[in-house]
Ligand binder design. Sequence first.
Ligand code: GDP
Ligand code: MG
Length: 384
Amino acid sequence: MKIKKYVARDFQSALQLAKQEMGPDAIILQTRQVKPRGFRGWFSPPQVEITVAVDDTLQVNTDKARQSTAKPVEPEGAAAKPAVMMTDPGAELGLMQEMQKMKAMMSDIQARMFEVDLLKGMAEPVRYFYEILLHNNVDKSIAQEIAASVEARLPESGDDRWARDVCLRTLQEYVQDISPIQLETGRQGHLVFVVGPTGVGKTTTIAKLAANMTFLENKRVALVTLDTYRISAAEQLRTFADIIGIPISVAFTPLDLQAALEEFKQHDIIFVDTAGRSPNNREHMAELHQFVELGHPDEIILVLSVTTDSKDLINVYRQFSIIPVNKVIFTKLDETYRYGQIINVLNEIKRPLAYFTTGQNVPDDIEVPDSLNIAAMLLRGDES
Ligand SMILES: Nc1nc2c(ncn2[C@@H]2O[C@H](COP(=O)(O)OP(=O)(O)O)[C@@H](O)[C@H]2O)c(=O)[nH]1
Ligand SMILES: [Mg+2]
């Protein structure tokens, strides 16, 4: 089996090394960050290790796998001890587990073969960008869809720059729905609920938005917090409100919220900060639902951290979608360099993107996303 690992300072260099040695048909099986070994490793930046295979060896591999997985259902084996197989529940369970494993293995092999075929058909630059997308955590199915679409749009004589450009445009289409908060002139009491799991940055994000709207846009902003589970949480928002110089109200019950909304109805915008309890907590979700029913918010924004895995993020969205979430904010873009989660989640939940946050500084570290920028972030091949 021709599988080899390459280590280099960044993804592009590792890929180049691999392609030089293994040829253009080399396929990346795995990418990870590694530290150089030993004492020197303490002072060196992390490196990238890629595991590479050549497709014809994968074919051999599949044949081998087919032979070995065929064993448990060999007719001789079954015929030799039929009574044991059927009467011993342990053995039956074992056989079923074995079959399950086999099935999973076969579908894995099928997916690999499909990928190998797909890769073979791709123009070299398209394959290169496909690999970068995977490296950046873009789901395989989305990356394949994008690669196929780029392939179809690429002119015959297209060079690397053409391919990059077409790839950027194609990616851009996946992240086009961008919709920051927009206030209607002359209308007051625009109500925004900010929801999401604990620690993702809801309170900090509200502080950033409130400060910017107050100082840069000259809006009248008020805050309400429903986060009454921890004293420190309400205090955190109160401190921000005091610094900005805007009013804040703490609502323990839906009636408190009603009173606060009445009090702040002359303000241009009211942000409602919510408790970041686990979305698994049904009681908490039911309570949040009550506040939402009563408040009739103009927008409910779900805050998600890009440091979380895509599947977990989609799960969070599902759990929160008992209330009508209509936008998302991604936080902590400064804490990772792989942004595939953004496209994976948006492609699944089909909700517009409102903001990105890029650090802990209030009010600076927040921005309105730009689709071409996101596309470029997803095509970046190194960690710098
Ligand atoms: N690195 C980084 N940290 C952030 C960002 N946004 C918020 N944080 C930090 O994440 C932590 C939790 O934030 P907080 O607003 O209290 O989260 P909440 O529980 O959702 O309200 C705090 O230490 C924030 O400073 C961001 O964009 N980048
Ligand atoms: Mg909070």
